[in-house]
Design a protein around this ligand. Structure first.
Ligand SMILES: [Zn+2]
Length: 236
């Protein structure tokens, strides 16, 4: 079976500025040359990801880092602007994300899995799922009109694969270079590699795409599960 993103509009909805790089950047990089239009929506500012050598305007810096990374893969960037650690599935957060869906009109949303480790990731998961239904509901009013069809939704792998049971894999062997370059845009976070409250991101990312690749019989892969809720499934 050949997976093609040819007619897709793919929107990755993530909690923090470097989450898309870790969990789905290879898939975005693969979707782009297929002809897909792609976008990344980062819900939190990244304002609490301070390296031990403090950065004065961390929110501004992280905004620049995520913009540079999105540009590399040719993705439009949307932001939720919520402070780190405060993201919750509230009516306000849903409205914000519903409006982003209506502006971008995705055919496929990539969202954090419910079993991910970080409370912001789990909140982002709930919000992304709720918005995937309500974006097509005329009764839920935001600035833009409701879109015609709810997008399909895939749950992304969890950070370090904990508790995630893959449904399928996307072969990203040809796109590892771009995934790495995108992660390299997040210098403020790579600087936290040896901090006790953080992890060496490059190594963690490499181990993950290699392990998922090994499970799928390719050099490198990203894992997902399809969300087969009413109107969010799709046929290939
Ligand atoms: Zn995160």
């Amino acid at each position: 079976m050949q997976l093609s993103f040819q007619n897709d509009r793919v929107l990755a909805v993530v909690a923090h500025p470097d989450d898309a790089e870790l969990l789905c950047a290879g898939t975005l990089a693969r979707a782009r040359p297929d002809g897909a239009v792609i976008a990344i929506c980062v819900l939190c500012r990244g304002d609490k990801g301070q390296p031990s050598k403090k950065v004065a305007n961390l929110t501004d810096l992280r905004r620049k880092e995520m913009a540079a990374s999105a540009k590399l893969v040719g993705a439009e960037l949307f932001t939720g602007d919520f402070p780190d650690g405060t993201l919750m599935d509230t009516p306000r957060a849903r409205s914000k994300v519903i409006e982003i869906y209506r502006k971008f009109n995705p055919t496929l949303v990539l969202a954090h899995a419910a079993e991910d480790y970080h409370p912001d990731h789990r909140a982002a998961s709930l919000i992304a799922e709720a918005a995937s239904w309500f974006c097509a509901s005329r009764g839920h009013r935001t600035r833009s009109p409701a879109i015609q069809t709810p997008p399909a939704l895939w749950w992304m792998d969890t950070v370090n694969m904990s508790g995630f049971n893959p449904g399928f894999y996307v072969d990203i062997s040809q796109h590892v270079g771009l995934k790495k370059k995108m992660l390299a845009c997040h210098q403020s976070q790579l600087a936290r590699g040896n901090d006790t409250d953080f992890s060496p991101l490059e190594e963690m990312m490499r181990l993950q795409y290699r392990a998922r690749g090994m499970q799928a019989g390719v050099e490198a892969a990203e894992a997902f599960r399809a969300h087969f809720a009413f109107k969010r499934g799709r046929a290939w």
